[in-house]
Design a protein around this ligand. Structure first.
Ligand code: BDR
Ligand code: CA
Length: 314
C-alpha cells in the first residue's frame, strides 16, 4: 500500500492532539513532520504541547515552530475551550526531544523540495504557516498533493456568527491558501460539529487501558466541559480529527465541490468562508467541502485508533 506522506500543522489543542493520535495510528500515513502554529494558545505553548504529544504517542519526527503571529492580525487565543496551557487536563510526559533548529516554513519547504513524491498538508489551526510557505516558495505549490483543512463553515461560524475560529484568527492567510490553486478538502463546521464523540464512548476509550487511550479519554473529559456549556451538543465535537479521517476514510463522508472565498474585511464577517452553493458566480469550484458524515463509523475509527496503541509498541 502506498503511504501518503503528510505534514501535520496545528495549534494543540485537544482536538489537534486527538487528530495526531489518529494520524499516527494509521498505516496509510507517513508523517514527515509536525509544525506548530499560534491559535488555541501562544506559539510557545502550542509548540511545547506538540512536543509532549509526540513524546506520548511515540511519533519521532521533526517538530518545528511556526510563526509567532498571524500574518497581519494580533494573536487571539482560546483558553475558554482548551485551558491556559492550550491542552489542559491529563498530565503529559515532558518532551523527550528538542524542537527543530528550522522554523516551520523552512522545514516544510525542505521536506517538499527533497521529496520524490508530492506531500499532503493537514493544517488544523490557523493557516498562517501554510500561507507563509506559499508566499516564500510559490514554486513548491506544484509539489503539494492536497491540503486537508479543518477550518471554516459554509452555514455558520463558532467564534463569530459567520466565522470559524481557525479562519477568523488569520483570515488573510486563509485567503492566500484558498486562492492558492492547490487541491483543498475543507473539514468545516458543517461536518465537524456532527463529529461528536459521546461520554459513553470516552469510557470505551478509557477502558482500552493503554496510556494513549487513557490520555485521549481525559482530553475528552476536559474538552466536553466546553461543549456542555453550549446548546445542542450530546458530545465533544472533535473538529480536527475530521481532517485526518477525510484522508484515511473518505467513504464515510458526503461532499460538495464549491467555489469558496474568504472574507478578509468588513464589519460583521471577517473570517467567513463564503461558499457559492447556488453557483451564482459561475466560477469553478476550488474546494471539496465535507458536508455530512457517518458519525457512528467516525467514532469507531477513533476508538480503533486508540486501541491500536495497546497492540503495537509505536
Ligand atoms: C477549531 O478551533 C480550535 O479551537 C480547534 O482546535 C479547532 O481547530 C474549531 O473551530
Ligand atoms: Ca486546532
Amino acid at each position: 500500500m502506498r503511504r501518503i506522506p503528510v505534514i501535520l500543522d496545528g495549534d494543540p489543542g485537544h482536538d489537534d492532539a486527538i487528530a495526531w493520535v489518529l494520524a499516527n495510528a494509521s498505516p496509510m500515513l507517513d508523517i514527515k513532520a509536525v509544525t506548530s502554529v499560534c491559535g488555541n494558545q501562544t506559539m510557545e505553548k502550542t509548540t511545547y504541547n506538540a512536543l509532549r504529544i509526540c513524546t506520548l504517542i511515540g511519533l519521532n519526527v521533526p517538530v518545528a515552530k511556526g510563526r509567532v503571529k498571524p500574518l497581519l492580525k494580533e494573536p487571539m487565543v482560546a483558553p475558554n475551550v482548551h485551558g491556559q496551557s492550550g491542552l489542559d487536563g491529563p498530565k503529559l510526559p515532558e518532551p523527550a526531544f528538542e524542537v527543530s533548529d528550522m522554523d516551520a516554513v523552512t522545514l516544510m519547504a525542505k521536506i517538499i523540495e527533497e521529496s520524490d513524491e508530492p506531500i499532503t498538508l493537514v493544517p488544523t489551526g490557523p493557516l498562517t504557516n501554510i500561507a507563509a510557505l506559499f508566499l516564500a516558495h510559490p514554486e513548491l505549490k506544484s509539489k503539494i498533493e492536497h491540503i486537508y483543512i479543518m477550518g471554516g463553515g459554509i452555514h455558520h461560524g463558532n467564534w463569530a456568527p459567520a466565522a470559524e475560529f481557525n479562519i477568523q484568527v488569520d483570515p488573510e492567510a486563509a485567503d492566500i491558501v484558498f486562492r492558492g490553486g492547490v487541491p483543498i478538502t475543507m473539514a468545516g463546521l458543517d461536518v465537524t460539529e456532527k463529529a461528536q464523540i459521546y461520554p459513553e464512548e470516552f469510557d470505551i476509550i478509557r477502558n482500552l487501558g493503554n496510556p494513549v487511550a487513557k490520555t485521549v479519554a481525559e482530553w475528552f473529559d476536559f474538552f466536553f466541559q466546553y461543549h456542555k456549556s453550549l446548546k445542542g451538543y450530546r458530545g465533544a465535537a472533535v473538529h480536527d480529527a475530521v481532517a485526518i479521517v477525510a484522508m484515511t476514510n473518505p467513504e464515510i463522508f458526503e461532499t460538495k465541490d464549491l467555489y469558496v472565498e474568504v472574507e478578509t474585511c468588513g464589519d460583521y464577517c471577517p473570517g467567513a468562508t463564503i461558499g457559492d452553493v447556488k453557483h451564482v458566480t459561475g466560477k469553478e469550484p476550488n474546494v471539496h467541502v465535507l458536508w455530512n458524515l457517518d458519525r457512528d463509523a467516525f467514532a469507531k475509527i477513533l476508538i480503533n485508533a486508540c486501541a491500536s496503541y495497546g497492540e503495537v509498541s509505536k
